[in-house]
Write a protein that binds this ligand. Structure first.
Ligand SMILES: Nc1ncnc2c1ncn2[C@@H]1O[C@H](COP(=O)(O)OP(=O)(O)O)[C@@H](O)[C@H]1O
Ligand SMILES: [Mg+2]
Length: 247
């Protein structure tokens, strides 16, 4: 049975796409078959991060122009496939004006899992709540919520958890871009107080990550960096059979 992991945050720029790309590479490098779909049609990223070539996209699939499996490109390590959100803004305009059947999203996710015999499907989302992010969340076995250690991100977590509470998925809360010197134990304690369960991980702010300018995926560029160890800790938490973080 494939496991669907959705990465979401209340605000943009929290590190969703970067973290997802690293998790995807590391899980695939560990021998599992991994599919990635960039559902962030408003501000796609994964085509650039994974240096995808030209080809059909999720938007083409939603507009009825191709099968979803035709939009998946093999990248990086064997057994890793990425579906880009769109190429260019024409498809975005079209999707916004003509709309699309959101039921095509879960149908497409299932089809990818079956066609590529995936063990893990990772879904990237646009920040906040919109058609694609809520539909992706409804397909999740595990919803990974990223938040920086500030009041605005954390109030967004409450909102997302309130919504996710109605979905049959596990939740994993990850603190992202934690500033240097932050008291990890205190952050954990406060998160436990507010969200009622341990954090799945705390990712520090790493200047080397910012300095990559999206040119490479961090785990490829710095395989021995402690941040990659943190990514592996998060993968173990996502693999765990029990609830990682419950409201
Ligand atoms: N732990 C980190 N430390 C420093 N910079 C980070 C970290 N995680 C992500 N970034 C940088 O933050 C920016 C936004 O990340 P991105 O993954 O695009 O966020 P989102 O998908 O949530 O909008 C990128 O330039 C990325 O390199
Ligand atoms: Mg993103």
């Amino acid at each position: 049975m494939a496991r669907t992991i959705v990465v979401h945050s209340h605000r943009g720029g929290t590190g969703k796409s970067s973290v997802l790309a690293n998790l995807a590479l590391l899980i695939a490098a560990g021998g599992r078959r991994v599919g990635v779909v960039d559902t962030d049609i408003q501000s796609p990223t994964l085509d650039l991060l994974f240096r995808l070539g030209p080809g059909p996209s999720l938007a083409d699939y939603l507009l009825g122009r191709c099968e979803i499996e035709a939009a998946a490109q093999p990248v990086g390590v064997p057994g890793l496939y990425v579906v880009p959100a769109r190429t260019g803004t024409a498809a975005l305009r079209e999707l916004m004006t003509s709309g699309y059947d959101v039921g095509l999203l879960p149908e497409g996710f299932d089809r990818l899992v079956e066609h590529y015999a995936l063990d893990v499907l990772l879904l990237d989302t646009h920040a906040g709540l919109n058609n694609e992010s809520v539909t992706a969340m409804a397909s999740a076995d595990v919803l990974m919520i990223l938040a920086r250690a500030d009041r605005i991100d954390l109030s967004g977590v409450e909102e997302t958890i309130a919504l996710a509470g109605r979905l049959a998925c596990r939740r994993a809360l990850v603190m992202s871009m934690a500033p240097e010197g932050i008291d990890g134990r205190q952050v954990r304690r406060r998160a436990e107080e507010v969200y009622g369960a341990p954090l799945a991980g705390i990712l520090p702010y790493v200047p080397e990550m910012a300095a990559l300018y999206g040119e490479r995926i961090f785990a490829e560029a710095h395989p021995d960096h402690p941040l990659v160890g943190e990514f592996r800790t998060i993968i173990s938490a996502l693999d765990a059979p029990h609830e990682v973080s419950r409201a």
